[in-house]
Design a protein. Structure first.
Lengths: 376, 221
């Protein structure tokens, strides 16, 4: 609500500011003079005979070389839509899948996949067999044991897209895993038409060995503020990011687990399609500040904060902390390994706490909680 | 002939090498283009140079333009590219000036423009100073955004283009337009709230009004 009032005032302010330029300004005399003086200059020499044909031949050769080079490249979708760490790591470590399934005339093909301790990412290709464009309405990743990995992000341009899911468990890293990509509903959309939702079953199973990173067990002193004690317990340094586990205690048994995850999050993606369109996008979540400060001054904000027991099944939207008065948070950051040197500093400025059933009105437990995390 | 037919005829004349065909296009679009460029580059003279160059570029490339399509998105794409290239060449680093004295100087500079009168018909220096300061600080705050965010915000909230039109002008996806608007507005609100809280809160206090009147009075002496 605040943002829409702000944008109304902005519209008004822009309009008023723009009136610094009066309507009486007339550029045409200068433009006309410039064009006339250009017309008086000598014309450029025409091509010598045969030069045009030579230039065309060179252009054709260059195009053939470019196309043949392109066909050997890694799936470009990781380069269009991935964040910088994913773009870098998938150049060498993406796994080819090349499997497809069709239902209701819509064909889903999985092209490549990549997995590590920070995420599992899959590129796909969808065709509808008509002029309508198909896109998945829902996507889920499951493993052989039936664990569900919820969607982290999804982007699509024309028929190609990239989907990211929450990462596999630490115990699964470095070993071959059988994963299944499921879609149960597809949107069919056309130019200037409303979409149609098609129910079906598009499931593709594939094997992948998630890249293992470096797991650091953290043994630092816990910190207590406002009766809440926080202790970082593990840090996974994955090739495409970080996964941090926090143990929170001192909570009442009726505390809502989902409210504990209300931290500011930020996902930003950049890239360019083959036809030179900027694909930059992102999302920002509101909440308390939980940040990792690097030695070079860079600050990492989380991409996602979850309670692992809630994300392992999509059926339960919330739970109470219970008699232990404790919970574990899993925090994901996207970063390149070369950015992580020496020690990290973790800061949490406050937390949101609410009883189960009243999560719309959380109270703030003030911090800050600050931790020095050695990487050696 | 209606407006669209006039425009199509003017474009055809340009495509046949008739410079005078450019005049109706310049007269029709120059003010809006100038104001758009001004909001993006924060400098009136620079905005004039950019728009002038853009009309020249449009004339030189008019043969490539499909006259059955609307002129404005194509022309604004040229304006935005020219603005980007110009700013890159100049490598400006905008700063926010926080001193009230600068705002009163600007109030003096704008005295040749419209007078702002209160309901009794008298010149009201408080309203004048508030509006002038708001304009100056808005331009400064906009200048702190990235060029992509700034351009997207101006194209949406000043020019009223939709996501698809803006995506065409900026060579990006409509989703990218929405992201730039979202992140740009948040950044702008944060800048204004931090540096100029009165612009995002409701009303000036009586204390602020008295201060501005006193400053305006001193300048007039």
């Amino acid at each position: 609500m605040v943002l829409s009032k702000f944008s109304e005032r902005l519209r008004e302010a822009l309009s008023q500011t723009a009136r610094d330029i009066p309507e009486q300004t007339n550029l045409f005399p200068n433009i006309q003079q410039q064009l006339r003086s250009e017309q008086l200059q000598p014309l450029p020499r025409p091509d010598a005979p045969g030069q045009k044909k030579i230039r065309l031949a060179i252009a054709v050769v260059v195009m053939v070389l470019l196309i043949s080079g392109f066909s050997y490249a890694v799936s470009p979708v990781f380069q269009w839509f991935g964040d910088q760490s994913l773009q870098a790591i998938t150049l060498d470590h993406a796994t080819a899948i090349n499997q497809q399934v069709s239902d209701h005339g819509i064909t889903l093909r999985l092209d490549q996949a990549y997995a590590d301790g920070a995420r599992t990412a899959v590129t796909f290709h969808i065709t509808s067999g008509s002029s309508l464009q198909a896109s998945p309405n829902d996507r889920v990743l499951t493993d052989a044991a039936g664990h569900i990995y919820p969607l982290l992000s999804g982007r699509q341009y024309k028929n190609e897209g990239l989907t990211e899911f929450l990462p596999l468990s630490l115990q699964q890293l470095g070993k071959s895993q059988l994963l299944t990509f499921h879609v149960q509903h597809m949107w069919l959309t056309g130019y200037k038409t409303h979409g149609t939702l098609i129910s079906g079953n598009w499931s593709i199973s594939f094997h992948i060995t998630p890249q293992a990173g470096r797991l650091i067990t953290l043994t630092g002193v816990p910190s207590t503020r406002s009766s809440i004690t926080i202790q970082p317990t593990q840090l996974e340094l994955a090739p495409s990011g970080l996964r941090l586990f926090l143990h929170i205690s001192g909570l009442t048994s009726d505390t809502s687990l989902s409210t504990l995850t209300q931290f500011a999050t930020r996902q930003v993606y950049s890239g360019t399609t083959p036809d030179k369109l900027d694909t930059g996008t992102g999302s920002i979540g509101e909440g308390a500040l939980l940040q990792i400060h690097l030695a070079n001054g860079q600050v990492l904000e989380p991409v996602r904060v979850d309670v692992p027991s809630l994300t392992s099944t999509l059926q339960i939207p919330d739970q109470m902390v219970g008699i232990t008065g404790a919970a574990t948070l899993e925090v994901l950051f996207f970063s390149a390994p070369q950015e992580l040197q020496h020690n990290l500093t973790l800061t949490i400025d406050h937390m949101h706490i609410a009883p189960m059933g009243d999560s719309a009105h959380p109270r703030e437990a003030n911090g800050p909680w600050t931790f020095n995390i050695p990487l050696q | 002939m209606n407006r669209e037919e006039d425009e199509t005829a003017a474009i055809h004349r340009c495509q046949h090498g008739d410079i005078s065909g450019l005049e109706p296009l310049v007269l029709r679009y120059q003010t809006q283009a100038l104001r758009t460029a001004y909001l993006i580059v924060k400098d009136r003279q620079l905005a004039e140079d950019i728009v002038q160059d853009s009309f020249l570029t449009a004339y030189h490339h008019i043969a490539q333009f499909d006259a059955t399509r609307p002129f404005i998105p194509w022309f604004y794409r040229i304006v935005l590219n020219t603005a980007r290239q110009t700013l890159r060449a100049r490598a400006r680093h905008p700063t926010i000036s926080l001193h009230l004295a600068q705002f009163t100087e600007r109030a003096e500079y704008t005295s040749e423009r419209d007078e702002l009168l209160d309901t009794s018909g008298r010149y009201d220096p408080v309203i004048r100073a508030e509006q002038t300061m708001e304009r100056a600080t808005l331009l400064d705050a906009l200048a702190l955004l990235t060029l992509k965010q700034r351009s997207t915000i101006v194209l949406r909230y000043y020019c009223d283009f939709n996501d698809y039109e803006i995506a065409q002008m900026l060579d990006c996806l409509p989703g990218t337009v929405r992201w730039r608007l979202h992140s740009g507005l948040r950044a702008l609100e944060r800048i204004l709230r931090q540096e100029f809280p009165h612009l995002v809160q409701k009303r000036w206090t009586i204390k602020n009004q008295a201060k501005m009147v006193a400053l305006a009075g001193r300048k007039d002496q």
